[in-house]
Design a protein around this ligand. Structure first.
Ligand code: PMP
Length: 432
């Protein structure tokens, strides 16, 4: 089949064979197994700047950036130096450090809706805790989420369902009990009428609405003005909390997150990825009065042995400091728009039906003529064509996300050289 690599990578093949016997699917997170595109995962030896190097010595222009965190590129000297300074003091204490306050201050300074924050170790922990807090604070059970939005592997959020506002969710993983998913309503993104119906039917029972304020996890989809307005209007009217899951978009689409771009005022925001600068950090924060409900200030339980880990907070704080003092966002915008224009041109001249969606340095080339505003539409894309595109680029030294339903990320380490090489590779691949 054409849907595989034409390049031999014996090192990766051997490494995968070994890993398959040791870890389910040979990986520690399923996307890495290339399930969406087929073929053998490529094992990475090291990374530098805009490049990944595999165990066979091949070099790739990296557009996954560890699935978002590496906005400054790999091994940024200031981030490495901060980790080394922290390392010289120790690796974990289980007692408070001043470094935690530095990272907390930087987050609170950047994200307008956050007065107070709690640091955790992953995006999943952040959203799980935010949902618990919303329920604990409101004393209500129901949660609204949107089809195609991913919030980590939290039981109550691993729910896909028929898109009727009246239908309660069914779990989409074995092991999630009907009880865990029963209190989750799944609606279609950007569908104002459905949101209105859900609030009309259940408003006084809805603890919160969680969303990706720009979706990355069904490919890039931006929220409409009407949708954002309805989210504010309905949550305020019914006393429900608005939870912006900015694990991917925080410090990515803008220093202040997607909420700053789209004029959103969430009650709770979740963060991850970039706030750890490539080490494991997540965070959730919001209005002081809400955050004061978290233990030990309040009664909503949440804890973590390695929360606020000194190496991770050092990497995160160094990253946020650079993003503030030497903002890369204008350059990221210019490079990303150059990439979008080049891919658009390549797909058009090859006669391939497509839509490009981009917000800042998050971008998806959908193999579907569009428009794409919801999962109902995104799920129509030509994923087989995407698989051939992915491997064609991989064999030309361009490492894209291995699914049609992901965003690619441009980093501060990319230059016009990498962008133009990527466009040339895409022209060749799409022509075939
Ligand atoms: N929320 C969003 C929007 C995400 O993109 C992700 C991860 N891709 C998560 C939550 C979960 O984060 P983690 O993988 O760190 O648990």
């Amino acid at each position: 089949s054409a849907n595989v690599s034409q390049v031999e990578r014996p090192g990766s093949a051997a490494a995968f064979k070994r890993a398959l016997a040791l870890m389910p699917g040979g990986v520690n997170s399923p996307a890495r197994a290339f399930g969406g595109v087929g073929g053998t995962p490529i094992f990475i030896d090291r990374a530098d700047g805009a490049y990944l190097y595999d165990v066979d010595g091949n070099r790739y222009i990296d557009f996954i950036g560890s699935w978002g965190p590496m906005i400054l590129g790999h091994r940024h000297p200031a981030v490495i130096a901060a980790i080394e300074r922290a390392l010289a003091h120790g690796t974990s204490y289980g007692a408070p450090t001043e470094a935690e306050s530095e990272l907390a201050e930087r987050i609170i300074d950047a994200v307008a809706s956050i007065d107070m924050v709690r640091l955790v170790s992953s995006g999943t922990e952040a959203t799980m805790s935010a949902v618990r807090l919303a329920r604990g604070y409101t004393g209500r059970d129901l949660l609204v989420k949107f089809a195609g939005n991913y919030h980590g592997h939290v039981d109550s959020l691993l729910v896909a369902a028929g898109s009727s506002a009246a239908t309660l969710g069914a779990p989409n993983s074995p092991g999630v009990t009907a009880g865990a998913s029963r209190d989750t309503l799944v609606l279609e993104y950007n569908d104002v009428a459905e949101l209105e119906q859900a609030f009309a039917a259940h408003g006084d029972k809805i603890a919160g609405v969680i969303l990706e304020p720009v979706v990355g996890n069904m490919g890039v989809v931006a929220p409409s003005r009407e949708f954002v307005d309805a989210l504010h209007r309905l949550t305020e009217k019914h006393g429900s909390l608005l939870i912006c899951d900015e694990v991917m978009t925080g410090f990515r689409v803008a220093f202040g997150g997607a909420q700053s771009l789209f004029g959103m005022r969430p009650d709770i925001t979740t963060l991850g990825k970039i706030v750890g600068g490539g080490l494991p950090v997540g965070a959730y924060g919001g209005r002081r009065e809400i955050m004061q409900h978290v233990l030990p200030a309040g009664k909503v339980f949440q804890a973590g042995t390695l929360s606020g880990n000194p190496l991770a907070t050092a990497a995160g704080a160094a990253t946020l400091r650079l993003l503030k003092e030497e903002p890369p966002y204008e350059r990221l915008e210019a490079l990303s728009s150059r990439l979008a224009a080049g891919l658009q041109q390549a797909a058009t001249s090859a006669g391939v039906p497509h839509t490009i969606a981009r917000v800042g340095s998050m971008l998806t080339l959908f193999f579907h003529p569009g428009p794409i505003h919801s999962w109902r539409q995104a799920s129509q894309a030509d994923t087989a064509r995407f698989g051939r595109y992915f491997w064609g680029l991989m064999d030309r030294g361009v490492y894209m996300p291995c699914s049609q339903y992901e965003a690619l990320f441009v980093s501060g380490a990319h230059t016009e050289t990498e962008i133009d090489a990527t466009i040339r590779a895409a022209e060749e691949v799409l022509k075939q």
